[in-house]
Design a protein around this ligand. Structure first.
Ligand SMILES: Cc1ncc(COP(=O)(O)O)c(C=O)c1O
Length: 433
């Protein structure tokens, strides 16, 4: 190894230890589904940088759009001027609003990170309704700023020792059939959630004081839990009854990840606010919210904003990302390759009683490890799978409150051979149980 590489590896000690670290790899370049380290090893990246590089690493069309816009202007500040990629994105992205209502026009507000988009959604809901409270769901993850932390309950490490957090946030159970206390069916899990919301309104907060439900269509950090299809429509109905807004956090589920452009489209529920980030710009920091224009424009000039929101280069990357999703048929690809991955994983996991469930939608796929009888979470099994897969040059991530779930997040244009390789490696890495 050259002295330069040695020196680079030593510099890893300088990075703040607050970053949870899955690997010590130092990457020299990344392309498509693959990472190459400074010492020349190749890894199949089925983390997508936590669900971001849906079009693969460094897609040539995204790279070209970034280079072209960077040469024409990097920071063209939103309060001061308009810029071409921003204007085009404001026209184009609202067309993807899930289950739009006839006669509504939809609009976009852009920020930088997922947490910032969650803040924007909460601020909009409070400002527009003049109501103080938010109802979020147990196991949800919405980010690391103070309001986003207050909505987050996927793990105490995300919010513990940060009290006091913003108040008037109430948590209801997310329908999680495998862990539902009243029975392991979707019906029982949904009923448990709906009863808990009724109880919340009867005991802790009047529904007319609630500004919004904030909910992930599929639980991300909380364990890749796919709720019953009736869940979002049921929330929509409760929201309509009480004048509450429905804000869906599509940060991890959006941009074709689940085999629909947004996962909300697996149901017929129309949200009021769609919160987006991660896959929006194939890796450049960009996020935003979509809402009916009449709702979004309740925020008066200056009531929200930010120096970097809607960065020109990030908007150019987002437009190229949308082109790639359309031209390469990535919505359908996510569905097709998701089926291939799910069925392959189900067959390699069949002989492993500690795999309680192989689940997912599109290319948002996971295995949950539990003791077979008690359903006690087995994070050690998930950790061992990650380590064994890493040795075989496959990168995976965990999630779930106890770290008992392994999530598999391939790029949406991953090939059949790559999927089959990942299934083979996971099969070999499952070990004995
Ligand atoms: C569903 C969801 N919401 C919000 C966030 C926060 O996004 P960011 O890390 O960009 O602030 C994440 C990040 O993992 C997420 O998965």
């Amino acid at each position: 190894m050259s002295e330069d590489v040695d020196r680079l590896l030593d510099l890893r000690g300088g990075v703040a230890r607050v970053w949870t670290r899955y690997t010590d790899l130092v990457v020299a370049r990344a392309s498509g589904s693959w990472l190459e380290t400074v010492d020349g090893e190749r890894y199949l990246d089925y983390t997508c940088g936590i669900g971001v590089t849906n079009t693969g690493h460094a897609h040539p069309r995204v790279v070209a759009a970034i280079a072209e816009q960077a040469a024409r202007g990097i920071h063209l500040q939103q309060n001061i001027v308009f810029h071409e990629p921003g204007l085009r994105l404001h026209e184009r992205l609202p067309r993807h609003f899930p289950n739009p209502r006839d006669g509504d026009a939809y609009a976009l507000f852009l920020a930088n990170s997922g947490a910032e988009a969650v803040e924007a959604a909460v601020k909009l809901a409070k400002y527009a309704t003049r109501r103080p409270a938010i109802v979020a769901f147990r196991g949800g993850f919405h980010g690391r700023t103070h309001a986003a932390m207050a909505l987050t309950s996927s793990g105490v490490k995300y919010r513990g020792h940060y009290e006091p957090l913003p108040g008037s946030v109430y948590l209801a159970p997310f329908p999680y059939a495998l862990r539902n206390p009243t029975g392991r069916s979707d019906e029982a899990a949904l009923q448990f959630t709906l009863d808990a919301i009724d109880e919340l309104f009867a005991t802790l907060v009047y529904p007319e004081d609630v500004a919004a439900f904030v909910v992930e269509p599929i639980l991300g950090e909380g364990g890749y839990v796919v709720p019953p299809d009736g869940f979002l429509p049921a929330l929509r109905e409760i929201a309509d009854r009480h004048g509450i807004l429905l804000a869906v956090d599509e940060i991890q589920t959006g941009f074709a990840r689940t085999g629909r452009f947004f996962a909300t489209e697996w149901t017929d529920a129309t949200p009021d606010i769609v919160i987006m980030a991660k896959g929006i710009a194939s890796g450049l920091p960009l996020s935003g919210i979509l809402a009916p224009r009449a709702l979004l424009d309740r925020l008066e000039p200056g009531a929200h904003g930010g120096t970097f929101g809607g960065n020109a280069v990030a908007c150019a990357a987002a437009l190229a990302t949308l082109d790639v999703i359309d031209d390469e048929g990535l919505v359908e690809a996510a569905r097709r390759q998701g089926d291939r991955l799910l069925s392959g994983l189900r067959s390699v996991a069949a002989d492993h009683p500690s795999v309680a469930e192989v689940r997912g939608r599109g290319l948002m796929v996971a295995l949950e490890f539990t003791e077979p009888e008690t359903l006690k979470p087995m994070p050690e099994r998930a950790k061992a799978l990650l380590a064994a897969a890493l040795e075989r040059r496959l990168l995976l991530l965990t999630c779930g409150t106890y770290g008992q779930v392994v999530r598999i997040i391939p790029p949406l244009n991953t090939t059949d051979d790559e999927i089959d390789l990942a299934i083979e490696i996971i099969g070999e890495s499952l070990g004995a149980d």
